[in-house]
Write a protein that binds this ligand. Sequence first.
Ligand code: PLP
Length: 552
Amino acid sequence: MNMVEVQSLFPSEDGNKQRQQELLQLIETLVKEFDALKDPNLSTLGPMRERTGEFYKEIMDSAQAPQRGTSMQEVLQELLKLAEGHPYHTRNFVTNVLPMASIPGIIGALLTTLLNGNNLWDVYGPAGAEAEVKVIAMMTKLVGYDVKHSWGYTTWGGQGAVFSGLRLAIAKQFPRAKEEGVPNNLYCFASENAHYSLLKSMEATGIGSNHLITVKTDPTTHAMDVKDLRVKMERVIKDGGIPIYIVATTGATDSFGIDDVQTIKQTADDVTKQYGLSSVHIHADSALGGFYCLFNQYDFDRNPLNFEAPLCEKLLEIREKMRHLHLADSLCFDFQKLGQTPYLTSLFLVKNGKDIGLLDLHEFETPYVGNRGYGSYHTSYTLECSRMASSIAIYAALLAFGVEGYQQILANYVRVNMAFREKLLSVFPNVAITNENNPGPITTFRFYPGQPEWQEEQAGRLPSTRIINNNEWNYPIFEQLGKQRERVFFGDTTRQCLIDAQDSAERIPVYAVKFFSISPYTTVDTLDDIISFLLEQVTQTEAQRKVETVHV
Ligand SMILES: *Cc1c(COP(=O)(O)O)cnc(C)c1O
C-alpha cells in the first residue's frame, strides 16, 4: 500500500466530492445490508450462531492481522458477518435494559466520530465541551437541581457514576485521602437490590468490599428499608466506623423498586447529627429509573398526551417516588438505557458542583493541557484522561425527542407492562408477578408446581427448602426460554430480591423470569404473540419434566 492509498482510508481534508461519495456509499451499503437482516418476528438479525468456548478458541487460533490491507468492500462484508445473528431490538426483544440506539443518537455519535475531538479539554474538543454543558444544564433543570450550583460530566456508565459519587464522598470528608490514602474505617450502604457497581467501586477505591453494608429491602415495594438503614448505620458508628456514602437505588435493575431518597436523607442526617459526624454523601443510582423524573412537570389534570386513566395512576405512583431525586448529592442518567442513545452515554450530575473541585488535579500535574489563557474547560477531575464526547449524542436525542417524546416512550413501557401482567395472569394459573407493586418497564414473574405461593414467600412464611424448590422449578423454564431466544428474547434473574424463610436466618434469593419492555416496537398489540410463545415454551418444559420424571 502506497501513501496515496493510505490517504484514501481517511475522509478528505478538502471536502472533495469523490471521497465524500466513497464514504456515503460505504454507509449506504452498510445500512442497506444491515436492514436486509431484519425480521420483526425474531429478536435477532437472522439465525443465531452458537458460541461455545470452542468457537472462541478457534478464533484465537486462526485470527491474524493481514499483511496487506483489505479493500473497504471486503472489510464491509467482514463487518456485516459480525452482525449476522446478533440480537436486535424488535418487538420481541424483552430481555433487559439493552435498548436500540435511536436515529438522533446514531447521528450524534456519527458527528462525534467525524470530529473525533478529545472531550478532555475544550481546546481539543470544543463541540463535546459545549454539548456537555448543554446537556448538564438541560438535565439539571429537569431533575430539579439548581443550575447555578450543579455540575457534572459524561462518564463510563452508571457504574462510573457510582464510582465518581464514592470518590466525592471520600474527598468531602477526607480531602487528604487523595494523597494519604483512605482511612480504614469508612463504610458505605446500599440496599440488597442495588447494582453491583458499588461493590466494584469499594474494591477499586481500596475501602474494601467488606465495608459495604447491605440494607434490607421491603418485600412488597423492593425499596430500601430505612429502619434497617438506621440500625446498621448506628452499629457501624458504635464500632468506630464512619459512614460516608449511601447509594439509593431509584429504579432497581430487576424489580424497578425505587428507594425513597427523602427518607434516606432524613435518616442519614438524623444519625450523623446524633453522633456528631459529617453528613453522608447520598448518590441516587438513577441510571435506569431517573428518566421517569421527566414526568415531574407533566400536568396530569390536563393530560396533554391523552394517557389512559389507569396509566396515569401508575405514572403518578412512579412520580411520587422520583420527585425527591433532587435531594440526592449526586445522580446519574444512563442515556444508553432509557435515553435511547448508543453506548456509552452516561451523565453524572452533582448537586453541589464545587465538590468536583476536590477531585481536581493540580495544574502542575497536567503540564500540556488545561492551564492556559485559551480554553477554559478542562476535565482533570474525571478518572478518564481522554474522553469521548458522548454528550453530542445525548444532546441530539434530547433535541429530537423533547420532553414529550420521552414521556411518550416511557409511558408506553409502563402501559405495555400493565397489559402484559394482566394477560400473563389470565393465561397461567400457576404464575405470580413478583414485582407487582412496582409499575414501570419491568415485570418479574415466577412459576410454581401448583398454586402460586408468592404471598407466603414474600411474608416469610415458607421454609427455605420450599422456596429453593420453587426456584428450581423455574430453572428449566429459564433454560428453555434461553434456547428459544431467537424468537422472543426473555430475561431471567437468580436474585430478583431476597426474602425471609420461616426456618432460616439467611435470606433466600428469588428466581424470576424477566420481561423488560425496551423496544419502541413492543406495544400492547404485540403482546398476544409474546404470551403465546411463552405458553408454548412453558408447556414444552412441562412435557420435558414429565419425561424426565418417568425415566427416574
Ligand atoms: C445499569 C445499571 C448500572 C450500571 O450502569 P452501566 O451503564 O452498565 O455501567 C448501575 N446501576 C443501576 C441501577 C443500573 O440499572
